[in-house]
Design a protein around this ligand. Structure first.
Ligand SMILES: NC(=O)c1ccc[n+]([C@@H]2O[C@H](COP(=O)([O-])OP(=O)(O)OC[C@H]3O[C@@H](n4cnc5c(N)ncnc54)[C@H](OP(=O)(O)O)[C@@H]3O)[C@@H](O)[C@H]2O)c1
Length: 237
């Protein structure tokens, strides 16, 4: 569970524990969040590990992912839920900020997966987490939208290369009630959910986490290369 220390990823760890999985939970800064997620997994009688995995640069992502695999051994599911967003008008995006956002959402993700894929058992699956912004574009965070669009395509390319042994799918959430989502909501009109979302409400992270668990599980055995929209009909395609 890459990025299991907060928000959606933390709930994915708990849901996978409920479903009978042992889970390795990774964090970048929020150690306590990862410890809490691991405690939730253990509360379901499963084993849990906590490890640091920093996607901020390709080499650290690859190194940290190798360390996780060496502690945990072979795995059936890898979920990459880590993501980083900074709301900034395009004129103010610096090269450092561009690199931070693209590395965390795309480049680091690729190199972490490159290190982990040899440990995924045949029949296993990978789930990446993009965003509705991958399809729509996003003013004031175009580095994030561009990186998430890249992640959708990376998912398809990996699905082609890893078939038939490993399935690779993506979930693209709309605004979800997590620290990142609340930051987005703060920049929107108060009536945004009622006026712009077909279901007139924001997603809970637990509901999104449950969808990720379904995509990862054998229930979705005939699906690979797909991106599933969970966005209250904000964007229909
Ligand atoms: N919430 C939304 O409205 C929304 C909408 C669309 C898509 N998404 C996507 O859904 C996923 C989960 O987001 P969330 O809302 O749950 O966000 P969140 O609560 O802010 O959690 C983000 C997670 O990503 C980790 N992370 C951030 N930068 C990292 C880096 N450089 N290296 C490794 N880990 C890093 C964080 O770790 P630490 O806290 O330990 O640093 C944390 O575990 C993300 O991919 C996000 O882009 C969210």
């Amino acid at each position: 569970m890459i990025g299991g220390s907060s928000g959606i990823g933390r709930d994915v760890a708990a849901v996978l524990g409920e479903e009978g999985c042992d889970v390795a939970v990774t964090y970048r800064n929020t150690v306590q969040g990862a410890e809490d997620a691991a405690a939730a997994v253990r509360g379901h009688g499963r084993r849990a590990w906590v490890a640091s995995l920093d996607l901020s640069a390709a080499d650290t992502a690859a190194r940290d992912a190798r360390t996780v695999v060496s502690s945990v051994g072979n795995v059936d599911i890898v979920v990459v839920c880590a993501g980083h967003n900074v709301v900034t008008p395009y004129r103010q995006i610096t090269t450092d900020q561009w690199d931070q956002v693209v590395n965390a959402n795309l480049t680091g993700t690729f190199f972490a997966l490159q290190s982990m894929i040899p440990a995924i058992r045949p029949g296993g699956s990978i789930v990446t987490v993009a965003s509705a912004a991958a399809h729509t574009g996003a003013p004031h965070h175009m580095h994030y939208a561009a990186a998430k669009a890249g992640l959708v395509n990376l998912t398809r390319s990996l699905a082609r290369e890893l078939a038939p042994q490993i399935r690779v799918n993506c979930l693209a959430p709309g605004i979800t009630l997590t620290p990142m989502g609340r930051n987005t909501i703060a920049s929107l009109p108060d009536d945004y959910a009622q006026t712009s979302l077909l279901l007139q409400r924001y997603a809970t992270s637990r509901r999104v986490a449950q969808m990720i668990a379904v995509i990862a599980s054998p229930v979705s055995e005939y699906m690979t290369g797909a991106t599933i929209d969970v966005n209250s009909g904000r964007h229909l395609r």
